[in-house]
Design a protein. Structure first.
Length: 202
């Protein structure tokens, strides 16, 4: 049987989870639901973790017998006390906790004040406060990461000072001045100018 054709199980310690059941049935009208309100052991607020896990396992086993593979824990106390353990025990079952779902709706609503009716055990656990802070930190981190990815990257090509310098053209060769030999010192008599210019005329 396809998973979406199977009924979905919803349980709470009493009748409070009926509000969750109504929201589900209003949104997913084509799905059948099985609801369990554990009035026998209600309230859950004063029960130990071990007791709550035993109650939850008994209910989950009943749901499995009915062919259910998706279970909604509509109880705050059972959710924060047993959800992680149930996921480890029943690996083929999809568990949905009301706490995370409520926090997601709260954060999306952008409201500052929301009333949550909780047992004394849930209040003492500060589970809502800690999870809200954690999710906000994750959202802030994700927003910062996305902002860095969207930031345009400019790659400047700056020529180095050395590369911009042009090598000056070589200076024109200066012709070598021929040596003019003067008559030895002590020579007497006139010397013709043509004799002095002979090296320049070569």
């Amino acid at each position: 049987m396809d998973e979406m054709q199977r009924p979905i199980g919803v349980f709470d310690s009493g009748v409070g989870g009926l509000t969750v059941l109504k929201s589900l049935s209003d949104k997913y009208k084509c799905i059948d639901y099985i609801y369990i309100g554990d009035n026998k052991y209600c309230p859950y607020g004063d029960k130990t973790k071990e007791e709550l896990l035993n109650y939850a396992k008994r209910i989950v086993n009943y749901f499995i017998e009915k062919g259910i593979s998706i279970i909604v824990i509509a109880c705050n106390t059972s959710c924060f006390q047993t959800l992680d353990e149930l996921k480890q025990i029943y690996k083929n079952i999809t568990f949905i906790g009301v706490i995370d779902s409520t926090i997601d709706v709260f954060l999306k609503s952008k409201k500052n004040n929301v009333l949550v009716i909780r047992t004394s055990a849930t209040i003492k656990s500060n589970i809502y406060e800690s999870k809200i802070k954690k999710k906000k930190r994750m959202e802030q981190k994700e927003w910062t990461t996305q902002k860095r990815r969207k930031r345009p990257r400019t790659v400047g090509i700056r020529a180095s000072t050395r590369s911009r310098r042009t090598t000056p053209p070589p200076a024109p060769a200066v012709p070598e001045t021929p040596e003019i030999k003067l008559p030895p010192r002590g020579t007497t008599g006139p010397v013709h100018i043509s004799k002095l210019l002979e090296p320049l005329q070569q």
